[in-house]
Design a protein around this ligand. Structure first.
Ligand SMILES: [Zn+2]
Length: 385
């Protein structure tokens, strides 16, 4: 029988816990196994929010999270009255948003069982937002289950994490990702293996590369940058290329979604009609939505640059492997020629410095540094011999 947990790659150690908690909750509400605050942590791409959503489905589905019934489908697409999925587009979740959320989920579950809130970016809670949330989590006898997600335990306030049952996801193995791409996404074995390998277990990235030709050619462009870095001018040009690619990627993913959202909103306010709705509240709501979309776009560009920097890091990592005499374990086996040429003319110590420089830039970006300036500074460092 199929299950919502089938989609979680390489996470067998937590699936068992989640399944038995969901089963226990079905038999007799709050048992020791079924706590009402959970914290899912794991590296990007390990699928922490997919795990939380799967758990939410299994809690509201009458057959333990079958993945096919109407409850399961509605829960996944935020269309279920008892399941709320909070995705943050901005850089932080503010206290007002949490207060609003708390009034929304204060009602008893409409279908019995549980009301489930999945918060995909609990690491973005401001301190006051976290404190407001804490009160709700501590409330006894509540029928609301909180599923919080964050990269690591340290990204969440100690007061919150001490109330949560913690589940740590693993980075799935390259073999596991390859198998999923072949079996679930019907991707050819060669392509699946290539995408899984260069994405280093990041399943979303692997699927994106495997199914999108532009993504693959963009990756190639980025991976050529180390060979083109000579002068200051070339470094600045490389930074621009990187930001352009990331912006384009973000646009492709968000463009149609933006239009769709605006259209939906206008419909809700009676688009076309010269009714008062559009005049009074409608245009204000559209403006607000546009503002939200803009901050989402900024975040998507940052995420996309981050992915690109991770790709670049694998190049220098491969260079170090070759420099240390190993050629078998290359991540970018399609670039073995480039890696070999580059390794021959570079020092091992400089490869380490370059890897450090990339990781530092990622940290700066995560702290909202300006993308282009950060990439320029990085490329100048990478251009040094
Ligand atoms: Zn179901």
């Amino acid at each position: 029988m199929s299950s919502v947990f089938d989609d979680l790659v390489g996470q067998e150690h937590i699936i068992e816990i989640l399944q038995s908690a969901a089963a226990a909750s079905r038999e007799g509400a709050q048992t020791q196994e079924m706590t009402h605050a959970w914290l899912f942590t794991g590296p990007p791409g390990s699928g922490r929010s997919s795990a939380a959503v799967a758990f939410a489905q299994s809690l509201i589905c009458s057959s333990n999270g079958c993945g096919t019934c109407s409850d399961c489908n509605a829960a996944k697409t935020s269309g279920h009255p008892d399941v709320e999925i909070i995705r943050t587009e901005g850089l932080s979740i503010k206290v007002e948003e949490i207060r609003e959320l708390l009034t929304r989920v204060a009602w008893a579950p409409s279908m019995g069982g549980w009301r489930v809130v999945v918060m995909e970016d609990a690491d973005r809670l401001t301190e006051s937002a976290a404190n407001a949330l804490l009160k709700a989590i501590e409330e006894p006898g509540t029928r609301t289950v909180w599923l919080l997600c964050a990269p690591t335990l340290h990204d969440v306030l100690p007061t919150i994490r001490s109330r949560c049952r913690h589940l740590q996801l693993r980075t799935p193995s390259i073999e596991a990702v390859t198998q999923v791409l072949i079996n679930r996404d019907k991707i050819s074995p060669d392509m699946a293996q290539f995408a899984a390998k260069v994405s280093q277990g990041h399943i979303g990235r692997a699927r994106y590369l495997a199914t999108n030709e532009t993504a693959r050619s963009n990756r190639k462009l980025v991976m050529q940058l180390p060979m083109q870095l000579g002068s200051l001018a070339s470094a600045l040009q490389a930074a621009q290329t990187l930001v352009d690619i990331a912006t384009e990627e973000a646009k492709t993913t968000s463009g149609s979604r933006d239009e769709f959202e605006i259209e939906k909103l206008q419909e809700a306010y009676g688009k076309g009609a010269t009714g008062r709705g559009m005049a009074s509240g409608g245009s204000k709501a559209v403006k607000e939505l546009e503002k939200e979309q803009k901050s989402r776009a900024t975040r998507m560009v940052r995420d996309s640059i981050d992915g690109t920097l991770l790709d670049l890091a694998t190049f220098y990592r491969d260079v170090m492997m070759v420099q240390s005499g190993s050629t078998e374990a290359l991540i970018n086996s399609d670039l073995s020629g480039e890696v070999a040429t580059y390794s021959a003319s570079a020092l091992v110590s400089s490869s380490i410095k370059k890897l450090d420089a990339i990781m530092e830039s990622r940290t700066h970006l995560a702290m909202s540094a300006a993308p282009l300036a950060t990439c320029e500074a990085l490329m100048c460092r990478l251009a040094q011999p």
